[in-house]
Design a protein around this ligand. Sequence first.
Ligand code: FA5
Length: 333
Amino acid sequence: MVSGYSGYSEELKSILENAKNEISNATDSKQLNDLRVKYLGKSGIVTSLMKKLKDLPPEERPNFGKVVNELKDEIEGLLEERKSQLMESEKQLLYKKLWVDPTMPGARRARGHLHIITKVQKELEDIFISMGFSVVEGPEIEQPWFNFDALNTPEWHPARDAHDSFYINDEYMLRTHTSPVQIRTMLSRKPPLAIVAPGRVYRRDYDATHLPMFTQMEGLYVDHDVTVKHLKYFLEEFARRLLGENTKVRLRPSYFPFTEPSFEVDIYFNNRWFEVLGAGMVHPNVFKNVGYDPEEWRGLAFGLGIERIAMVKYGVKDIRDLVRNDIRFLENW
Ligand code: FA5
């Protein structure tokens, strides 16, 4: 704005001087507002100058009107300028009061990570993939024929009692192990084959080493000359790769209707034996059920408990801690 300063009378000059001083000395927006009223308000100094206009001789009026308007604009400008200065310093003051430092980096969110059950599952998948296995999946809601009958476990079989658990109706149940994926795979593929099948399974169990819902990983390798030696090799190899070179593996004779011979497999870790999986050589009846010739093919199979392996690897004492979802516990790994 062009100042009409030079054309101002002494009176206007001193008004402007005063206004300048007062405005620049105002320390908050309330003082500034009072000054606006004092100069530009209805009965303010500049407004009353305007009122004088009608008392002046007509030839002086245009010029007087012009300079008073200029004065008004000038004071208006000063008020606006001071207002934005004050707003800025009031903001800084508020930041100080609230301890806000706008130059600090923003609050960082804690980073999550995979649950150890998932981690162990992925590690196991990688290990078996590197040994030539492929990863397949099967349904959690399963038909009893796949879960039992095809696995050489007919209705009258005592092994079925221990597992008979969550039925949806006569036709469907929650699978009690991942072994039905063996059947589904052999029905849809021709041998030779090597697969692992991770997934959730369900049982009527609940204590420090048993969950009602847990995760297994099935393994199945079918070829012409597969023997127990191969079974032992794969088991030792996965245990060493997952838990360390010196990990010991023990096979105990056991019984499963779908393998012969059958083994319970334990891992020695941190001065203790842990039962982590069941295994064996595929029973000829299972091959017959899926249309493989038992004279021609041999198979090894195993079903390992992923939570049990996570317990061994991470030193978890109570399996239920894995699923309690207590972040204080889970964030330890
Ligand atoms: C089976 O489920 C057989 N299907 C394994 C198998 C597959 C044998 C292929 C032969 C050939 P078992 O009931 O023992 O076996 O369970 C296998 C593993 O699952 C156990 O060693 C254990 O690690 C784990 N497991 C069993 N029940 C539970 C449970 N309630 N909670 C957590 N882990 C369990």
